[in-house]
Design a protein around this ligand. Structure first.
Ligand SMILES: [Zn+2]
Length: 306
């Protein structure tokens, strides 16, 4: 599968990453410490930190429509537009799980706050049974590793889609990617190595842990997936990186970020899951949005409502 990501787009995107260090704080609504329940599950969103989106990272936003939305939101035209990187702690009875682990030390000092914030709200790293991975990008998997590269969660297993592991451990896939992607491969590989012998892979829409199952959402990465919590009639979906900007991608679901390994598949997957959520009415949140709610169709796109 040839990456639709152009080398130039990716390189400029990668170069823009350090922008996260100079982000304005305003405009980022923190989901921090606002737990909610889904049946017997308690979900605690934890902000790992902000990252800065910009037209360089989402080229379709450099358009009249994009400029209008950005200006109306009071954001600078060229970015950075702060987006949250979220981690989710999930408790059910004696069980503690995480969805993703944040960036750890891999993406600069603004990110990687999940560890201390989890501790501050009483989530003991040693008690985390499983870290359910939406995908293995650095802002999700970097925090699996302690500063020295070992496992940050001493007793956790890592649960991840089989396709995701296959992609990041494939030397052929790595050699076909721009050199700037090498660091991403090395972080994913480092995380898998740190948990050698306790990485459990799931193929497709299988159970991750009791009551929580994967919803494959390929495109952003080959094994990118959401996690669906279900307890009786209560359901809730964490749709991961389906949306990188609620402001821009709910109204324009075809707009994609340069980090999507397959941009057209990512856009098709985004529309598919949003259509399904409109029909099913299942509430959602994601890794890079500050709200949760239900999805409705609006104009030619979608919106999130309470
Ligand atoms: Zn992400």
């Amino acid at each position: 599968m040839p990456p639709s990501l152009s080398r130039r787009a990716f390189l400029s995107g990668a170069a823009a990453l350090p922008l996260a260090a100079t982000l304005p704080r305003a405009g980022l609504t923190l989901p921090l410490n606002a737990p909610f329940t889904v049946g017997a599950f308690t979900v605690l969103p934890i902000l790992d930190g902000p990252f800065g989106l910009s037209p360089v990272l989402m080229p379709q936003a450099e358009s009249m429509e994009g400029e209008k939305l950005v200006e109306r939101a009071g954001l600078p035209a060229q970015g950075p537009w702060p987006q949250p990187v979220n981690v989710f702690a999930i408790k059910r009875g004696e069980h503690t799980y995480l969805v993703d682990a944040g960036a750890g030390a891999t993406l600069g000092p603004d990110l990687g706050k999940a560890a201390e914030r989890l501790a501050a709200v009483g989530v003991d790293a040693a008690k985390v049974e499983a870290v359910l991975m939406t995908h293995l990008h650095a802002d999700h998997a970097g925090g699996l590793m302690a500063a020295g590269g070992g496992a940050f969660f001493p007793n956790a297993e890592i649960v991840v889609q089989q396709e995701e592991v296959a992609f990041w451990t494939d030397d052929g896939a790595m050699s076909r990617m721009p050199t700037a992607m090498e660091a991403m491969f090395n972080i994913a590989r480092g995380a898998l190595t740190a948990y050698k012998g306790r990485v459990r892979t799931v193929a497709g829409a299988g159970t991750a842990v009791p009551g929580i199952s994967f919803v494959p959402l390929p495109g952003h990465t080959p094994g990118h997936a959401g996690l669906l919590l279900a307890d009786g009639k209560d359901q809730f979906l964490i749709f991961a990186d389906t949306i990188h900007s609620a402001l821009l991608q709910f109204p324009h679901p075809s707009w994609t970020v340069v980090f999507d390994v397959d941009q057209s598949l990512a856009a098709a997957t985004r529309k598919g899951i949003l259509d399904r959520l409109v029909t099913d009415g299942i509430p959602v949140t994601g890794s890079h949005i500050a709200d949760r709610g239900r999805i409705v169709a609006r104009n030619m796109g979608y919106a999130m409502v309470d």
